[in-house]
Write a protein that binds this ligand. Structure first.
Ligand SMILES: C[S@@+](CC[C@H](N)C(=O)[O-])C[C@H]1O[C@@H](n2cnc3c(N)ncnc32)[C@H](O)[C@@H]1O
Length: 214
C-alpha cells in the first residue's frame, strides 16, 4: 500500500452564518475549558477550524470520498467531526481524554448535531507495534499521542476500514505515526486529512500498488 498525495481544490466561499456562529461558541468554550483545566500543561491545542472546514467542504463538493463515514482520530472538543456533519458527512470522533469527550457531547447536543463521540483510543488492538515502532522514529519535542490501544471501534460498531475519511491533527514529528497507522488500518481508497504546521491541511489517499491515479 501507499499513500498518494491529493491536491485540494481551493475554496474561496465565505463561511456560512451557522458555521460562523458555531465556531464563535467553540472559541469561548475552549477558552473556558483551558482556564478550568490548568493541568493540561502546554494546553489543549485545537486545529484551525476555518481551514479544516474549507478542506472538508472542498472534499465533499468534489466527491473525493468513497462514502460518507468520517472519523476524527483524537477528537478533542469534537469540532472537526461536527463541522463534517454540517458539511454532509456522517461523523464520529474517538478521544482518550474523558473531559474532552464530555465537552464534545454537550456541544453536539446543544447544536443538534448527530456526530458521535467515544471515549477511548483510536489505535485499534493489534496495532500496538505499528504505533510504537513509528513512535520510536519520531522527533517530536512535545508528545500528545497516547500509544495504548483499546476497543473503541467495538463501541462504535465500526472498524477502522469502514471509514471513507479520517481526520487527525498530529503534533509536529508525529505525522509518521498517523500515516503508518492509517496505511495499516484504513480501507483501500480511503482519505487521510491532516492538519499540521503553518496552518496547512494535507490530503492523502490509500492506494494499493495495483491501482493508479487518485
Ligand atoms: C492536537 S489535539 C487535536 C484535537 C482535535 N482533533 C482538533 O483538531 O482540534 C490531539 C488530541 O488527540 C487526543 N489523543 C491522543 N492520543 C490519543 C489516542 N490514542 N486515542 C484517542 N485520542 C488521543 C488528545 O487527548 C488530544 O485531544
Amino acid at each position: 500500500m501507499a499513500l498518494v498525495e491529493i491536491q485540494l481544490p481551493e475554496v474561496t466561499k465565505p463561511l456560512p452564518a451557522d458555521v460562523e456562529a458555531f465556531l464563535a461558541e467553540v472559541d469561548e468554550r475552549i477558552d473556558r475549558f483551558m482556564r478550568n483545566h490548568p493541568t493540561w500543561g502546554s494546553g489543549f491545542v485545537p486545529s484551525d477550524f476555518v481551514t479544516v472546514y474549507h478542506a472538508l467542504r472542498a472534499i465533499w463538493e468534489s466527491n473525493l470520498t468513497t462514502g460518507r463515514h468520517l472519523c476524527e482520530w483524537g477528537s478533542g472538543f469534537g469540532v472537526v467531526a461536527m463541522l463534517a456533519e454540517m458539511v454532509g458527512f456522517q461523523a464520529c470522533g474517538i478521544e482518550i481524554d474523558r473531559d474532552l469527550v464530555d465537552e464534545a457531547h454537550v456541544l453536539a447536543d446543544e447544536f443538534e448535531l448527530d456526530a458521535e463521540f467515544i471515549h477511548g483510543s483510536f489505535i485499534p488492538r493489534g496495532s500496538e507495534s505499528c504505533a510504537e515502532e513509528a513512535y520510536a522514529d519520531n522527533d517530536a519535542g512535545v508528545v500528545w499521542l497516547v500509544t495504548e490501544t483499546d476497543d473503541a471501534y467495538d463501541e462504535l460498531g465500526l472498524d477502522p476500514d469502514d471509514f471513507d475519511i479520517i481526520f487527525a491533527y498530529p503534533w509536529p514529528g508525529e505525522e509518521n505515526v498517523i500515516d503508518r497507522l492509517f496505511d495499516r488500518c484504513a480501507a483501500d481508497g480511503a482519505l487521510l486529512l491532516t492538519y499540521g504546521q503553518c496552518n496547512a491541511v494535507r490530503l492523502q489517499r490509500k492506494r494499493s500498488g495495483r491501482q493508479r491515479g487518485v
